[in-house]
Design a protein around this ligand. Structure first.
Ligand code: NAP
Length: 346
């Protein structure tokens, strides 16, 4: 079966996902498109030469029986409404992060899905599909290096514009580390503290940059995550897991290694689109493959989306306080089948 997609939100990543469904992946087709700006949606259909219907609203897409699944790529605050309507319409949903911008909004989605009795939602935490992270997880789980003790994460962007605020360092940037580290370790967070080093002169006025987030997990692993979004030199993602008997790190994603003019160097990627391009392909292909055979999506679940937003809110709260902030994941939800800490249905 070909999965017929409706797309809600035709901005940067919406267009990227449409392109990959249409040009690179198999088993999917975009049949309907909308955006808060109909002109933007129309332009998208024309620019990408889509054989897709321009819909006036998401409601039109969700009522369309020829749409099997939706891709939600509007801005974060609009996600909750779209996902809830999609669940009510019985459509499968691939939603970009964040699942919802509030903890209560995430819980409403988790509970709506639980009431349907099956998984319909996959959240776009694509790092779980990145080859380096997958290998890192496999190595940790092999047990060869003993138990993980410490994790050091780095998330650097060359620069951000003046609209980027201190809390966006959590909700737009760190949120990927929050999800992927929990997935790598199979462990939940218990508390977080934020440190502010001296701010770079390259930061727009009012932005604290860099920031360091210290997190502790239930088993006692300490994670130090640096977010530095005006590092100037490129897009740099690092993750090092220090275990009892060895250290395992993300491999460099670079294809070339240069020796020139007295230097031994590797180029640094400049953009997240390139760094995680294969992972975006893999997450959506996995979603398509499951939906096409009538199976529930097995990627990051609505519960994972809830945890990421909940931990993110704790990090934001810690940004404003000179103390550790406690994190408590709500585990008494009657949603066992949605919990998905490790891409495994429990
Ligand atoms: P963007 O370029 O601003 O695109 C968002 C689009 O959605 C815009 O066209 C916006 O229109 C439209 N929109 C806003 N509200 C809407 C609504 N209620 N209904 C339909 N369309 C609506 O942003 P983006 O970079 O594509 O990001 C979109 C989402 O993807 C965000 O949640 C972001 O966090 C996420 N994202 C994830 C990754 C990742 O690595 N997984 C990477 C990038 C982005 P206007 O411009 O008129 O507001």
């Amino acid at each position: 079966m070909t999965v017929r997609f409706g797309v809600i939100g035709t901005g940067a990543i919406g267009q990227e996902h449409i392109r990959r469904v249409e040009k690179r992946l198999s088993g999917g087709k975009v049949v309907a498109v909308t955006d808060i700006s109909l002109d933007a949606a129309r332009h998208c259909i024309e620019a990408l030469e889509l054989d897709a219907q321009l819909c006036d609203s998401e409601d039109e897409i969700l009522q369309d029986s020829s749409v099997d699944a939706v891709i939600v790529t509007s801005w974060g605050p609009a996600h909750e409404g779209s996902v809830l309507k999609a669940i009510a319409a019985g459509k499968y949903v691939f939603v970009e992060k964040p699942l919802a911008t509030t903890v209560d909004g995430c819980l409403r989605i988790v509970e709506a899905e639980a009431r349907m009795g099956k998984r319909l939602v996959q959240v776009g935490f694509m790092r779980r599909y990145d080859a380096s992270y997958v290998t890192l997880k496999r190595e940790i789980e092999s047990g060869r290096y003993g138990a993980p003790l410490m994790v050091r994460c780095v998330h650097r962007n060359a620069c951000v514009d003046h609209r980027y605020t201190t809390d966006m360092a959590v909700l737009d940037t760190l949120i990927h580390e929050l999800d992927v580290t929990r997935w790598l370790l199979g462990d939940d967070y218990t508390c977080v503290q934020v440190l502010y080093p001296k701010t770079t002169r390259h930061a727009p006025s009012g932005l604290q940059d860099p920031q360091i987030f210290n997190l502790v997990t239930q088993s006692g692993v300490v994670i130090t995550a640096e977010v530095f979004v005006n590092c100037q030199y490129g897009y740099d993602i690092q993750c090092e897991v220090v275990c009892e008997d060895g250290v395992v790190s993300l491999a460099s994603p670079q294809a070339v290694d240069i020796r020139h003019a007295g230097l031994h160097a590797q180029p640094v990627m400049q953009d997240w689109r390139f760094r995680f391009s294969d992972a975006y392909d893999a997450e959506l292909q996995d979603f398509i493959d499951h939906v096409a055979r009538g199976a529930e999506p097995s990627g990051p679940s609505s519960f994972d989306g809830y945890v990421a937003t909940m931990v993110g809110q704790a990090c934001v709260s810690a940004q404003g306080r000179d103390e550790w902030v406690t994190i408590s994941v709500q585990k008494d939800l009657t949603i066992g089948f949605i919990r998905n800490n490790g891409n495994q249905r429990e």
